[in-house]
Design a protein around this ligand. Sequence first.
Ligand code: C2E
Ligand code: CA
Ligand code: CA
Length: 395
Amino acid sequence: MNKKILSKKTVLIVDDEEFMRDFLSTVIKQVGIEDVLSVSGGQQALDIILSRSEPFDYVFCDLQMPEMDGIEVIRHLAAIDYSGGIVLFSGEDQRILETAHSIAEARGLNLMGSLTKPVSLESLYQLLANHQVAEKKSFWSAPEVSAEELRAALQAGDITVYYQPQIDIKSAAVKGVEALARWHHAEKGMIPPDIFIDLAEQHQLIDAVTESVIEQACRQGAIWSAQGRNFKVSINLSMDNLHSLDFPDRLAASVKTTGMDIKNLIFEITESRLVKDFSTCLDILTRLRLKGPELSIDDFGTGYASLEHIKRMPFSELKIDRAFVNGAHSNGTARAILESSIHLGKQLDMTIVAEGVETQKDWDLVAALGCDLVQGYYVARPMDAEHFNVWLEQR
Ligand code: C2E
Ligand code: CA
Ligand code: CA
């Protein structure tokens, strides 16, 4: 491991026990990190983090603390968009650490791992080394792109659509496809949507991206319908698409020009964003629903929407986030969230889609628990229309 890189890192230790703070700070300094601060509770930690212009590279946090426990600290770190790494340490049992992992993952935080007390130099060293490898990988795989490049790509038609099938778990028939945006950059290769959707949202280009995806996916959907294949086509909406009250009208008009029956469309909206902008979107979503498409709650389980929220919104489908599907057979926490999500969806009479089904074991579990539709690498990866059609033929 590169000590030079580590020497520039900054660490904040959060633990109510003075002895642990001193001990950990000594161990961390031994791996070469010089800038180590420590505080005795979650609130002090948040105050310090908010007062600094640069985030800490790593926050080491005790799980068990009297005022604010580690799980609460994680929740607050997510709320302030903390972007550094988090290491938890505790003498607690594995289940609590698993829960903490699910929460951090669901909230997009970077939980590097956990250390059990008493913390050894060797385990700390290992954790930091693993993290450096991961950091390098993510650095290489995320090319820098600008809003200008995205604008040009939209004009040049470089934003295309891939399709991933959704399978009926009982009959194994293809029931629908999810349309996923792709950007083939001439020099930089494939840019993942996680990167350019964010960019589009920040630079008022998201309407253009959504329109382009709707138009391509609906043209393709109309072709499949003409071939007698009655697929539902699911399209992702960004909450930023729902800013204007005439969105449902504009959308219905542009679908009409493609020849696609709007009743065969499903619009997916991410649960976390729903909760944030609940009142604003209730109106627009209801009007959108009246135009004929179905609505689906995406990434369910990550956003903490209450039963009240869901009941009041016109959703007919619930897509369980892959964090609670993939590997749920061997992760008690994920499985519990999966089960309760399915239970909730059934109570509200919704179609339940399991995302991120990667293995036979994942499939068996969601089948046993009563999901309706399955989407994931186990069935097929997202493909362009041409490859999708070949895949269909070969099935
Ligand atoms: P999402 O809506 O949750 O889409 C599902 C993502 O999971 C896709 O990533 C898909 O490739 C991936 N996936 C499918 N099966 C598996 C599996 O078995 N295992 C794993 N690990 N992953 C699987 P993708 O295409 O990279 O899209 C990422 C996100 O970007 C999407 O997440 C969605 O939030 C956003 N996105 C994509 N296209 C659009 C779009 O046209 N508009 C908007 N607003 N967002 C989009
Ligand atoms: Ca989606
Ligand atoms: Ca999803």
